[in-house]
Design a protein around this ligand. Structure first.
Ligand SMILES: NC(=O)c1ccc[n+]([C@@H]2O[C@H](COP(=O)([O-])OP(=O)(O)OC[C@H]3O[C@@H](n4cnc5c(N)ncnc54)[C@H](O)[C@@H]3O)[C@@H](O)[C@H]2O)c1
Length: 260
């Protein structure tokens, strides 16, 4: 139970396929008190998930609405007198941005992807940090994707948003390090979730990634959650500003097969 006595907020649960779902489950299994935040309109679904996982603190929060983020953290602070971990598992781009090329991007769609998928990490960190200070430090994690640095078909504006997100992680790590707040990102390979299915040609992206992994089995949300547990725990006490790849070694970037 390496997260015993830790209080963790996990954002971005929409269903059992969500990476956030597996993270919340493994956090619970490791003894953490888990709080879920979810997008407006998902109340019934998330209440069901909460009941299944034994999580009762549920907040409907649109991460782009600063007042909602503020009031959630005020409430959490009243209840728990601080927080140890925040997981940012939030991303969105319009379907039209996730097809064709980057020149098909619209200014409005591009900015929306940036606002929801990258800027919201700043908002969450800004209001979580004072609560983490009360605990003598904390861990903030965000979910990114290698499309930030390598062009992937149809990923376009989301790839640029992930590049922003990774840069924000490093700036936050720099700013919050003196308060013993660690900020990292996890970069999983493709997994069949609701958000991923919005990317045109996701199935090909998925097949291509598995074929180019050095490890030869499909990645699961549980694999990602294992790394999230490590980053939330004291085992990663001196790890900050990192991108932790959980992609079966895809990031090695070899174009050779290691199969005999
Ligand atoms: N599935 C993959 O292949 C993959 C790979 C690498 C990284 N990721 C990242 O993992 C994270 C979680 O995505 P997922 O794949 O589990 O899909 P998902 O669809 O289960 O989760 C995405 C979440 O973002 C939430 N969200 C969107 N806009 C929001 C807003 N304004 N306010 C609050 N919440 C909002 C949605 O409600 C949803 O819960 C995302 O950052 C995604 O980019 C996913």
């Amino acid at each position: 139970m390496i997260l015993k006595d830790k209080v963790a907020l996990v954002t971005g649960v929409v269903n059992e396929r969500s990476i956030a779902y597996a993270i919340a489950k493994q956090f619970k299994d490791q003894g953490a008190t888990v709080i879920l935040s979810y997008q407006e309109g998902l109340k019934d679904r998330v209440e069901k998930i909460g009941a299944e996982l034994g999580i009762t603190d549920l907040y409907a929060v649109d991460a782009t609405q600063e007042d909602q983020v503020v009031s959630m953290f005020q409430d959490i602070d009243k209840k728990y007198n601080g927080i140890d971990t925040v997981v940012h598992a939030i991303a969105f781009a319009k379907k039209e941005e996730l097809t064709g090329g980057i020149t098909d991007s619209t200014s409005e769609g591009f900015l929306l992807a940036q606002q929801i998928s990258a800027y919201t990490l700043i908002t969450l960190a800004k209001y979580a940090a004072p609560l983490m200070e009360k605990k003598g430090g904390g861990s903030i994690q965000a979910l990114t994707y290698i499309g930030s640095t390598r062009p992937m078909p149809n990923y376009n504006a989301m790839g640029v948003a992930k590049a922003s997100l990774e840069s924000i992680v490093r700036y936050l790590a720099f700013e919050l390090g003196p308060q013993n707040i660690r900020v990292n990102s996890i970069s999983p390979g493709p997994i069949n979730t609701l958000a991923a299915r919005g990317i045109a040609g996701f199935k090909d992206m998925y097949k291509g990634a598995v074929a180019s992994q050095v490890l030869k089995r499909n990645l699961t949300t549980e694999d990602v959650a294992g790394t999230a547990v490590f980053l939330a725990s004291d085992l990663s006490a001196m790890v900050s500003g990192m991108i932790m790849f959980v992609d079966g070694g895809f990031h090695c970037g070899t174009s050779f097969t290691n199969e005999s």
